[in-house]
Ligand binder design. Sequence first.
Ligand code: ZN
Ligand code: ZN
Length: 452
Amino acid sequence: MILTDLNPSGGIGSNSLLVELGPFRFLIDAGLHPKIVGRAAVPDFSRIGDAPLDFVLLTHCHLDHLGALPVVLRNHPEALVLMSPPSVILAERMLHNSCNVMLRQREEENLPEYPLYTHSEVDRQARRFLPVHFGQTRTLHKGGESIAITLHLAGHVPGAAGVLIEHRHRKVFFTGDVLFEPQLIVPGADFPTGPFDTVVLETTRGATGRATGNTRTSESARLIETIRHVIEGGGSVLLPVFALGRMQEMFTLLHQARNEGRLPAFPIYGAGLGLDLAGYLDRLSRRHHQIRFKHRILKELRLRPLPRKLVPGRPPREPGLYVLSSGMMVENTPSYGLAACLAGHHHQAICFVGYCDPDTPGGKLLATRHGEVFVFDGLAYQTPVQARIERFELTGHADRDELVAFARGASPRAVVLTHGDPPARAWFAQTLAADGTIPTIIDPRPLTPVEV
Ligand SMILES: [Zn+2]
Ligand SMILES: [Zn+2]
């Protein structure tokens, strides 16, 4: 098997892995880099060359895995895209949203190459999305050989899958983005235990150990308590969230806390794509038992739209809770705008509940000490940070120790590291090598084929 990481910049970036296995050539994911704009955000698909691409396997619908799919499909009209049934529905919606965002950026940021694809292109390509049910094996044939593909629930977000590939006598398992613990809206990952010849492992949280005693339940309770405390003290709270998964998970958590009497009545605001996706997840939950989200909870929470005029430096007059994307507080998003209203004031709070890349505004704010100046470049505004800035361990990614246990349990001959910043990958490389039971650990260099 030959693997080539097509993400030119390393780190998490634009996820796309070219896999060559016997006569088969396929991609795992085709994402857009979340921190780069323009054509540079696309994986280097030129490495696929002219030979046909048999298929693309999509693990889930976050844009760092999905956002560049139309670009590769345009150049490879022969390729089908295999994904879980919920992802078939979500992928199309996410890609149309991505078109809208690029059309806006074309004007606002003067990016003439945008949009990288059009709505009608997405409509046409969506006919090539092929649902593969969780747990059911799909076999493809080529040149007298066959390859068997089975998707397994990966937790993380609705529709997310880990992928088992079987070819000749070889078994390769790709975790994709994975969370083993259950969330309110999706159960935890349900992965086979192996043995596998190769495990391709996500490493997002390799640089973060979990504080002892912190569980998802205790962190959820601490979040609810923090929100209550800040609002009762006259402040507002911002939760920056990813539109897919995290936003609906937070609404469900808030709804539960209200019903149990742990949260008093106060205004809750939400905005953007995540509200639309809430409708999709409600419909999906009727057909797929692994998705548990009811749209009516937004009504029961009396969710309000974001106030029109937000002025940096001026907190909202009425205390409230703002559940807004983006999760990493990327510029030009509702969470970025509201953070600029809150950051400079005592009694306000910004609570991070998901993974934040250190190079994004969210990651930088988390690294800023109380009283230190934080610059909102996109708004030409800066302020000493006076608000309470907190992180809660409620991410959609597995703990590093759980991933190590999973990889070891599968007794692989090789582990390939993906989806992590250099320090995170380094931790995994060192830890997995420590007991000598896994002969080969590979941290592939970008655009460099490795034989596994
Ligand atoms: Zn993801
Ligand atoms: Zn990801």
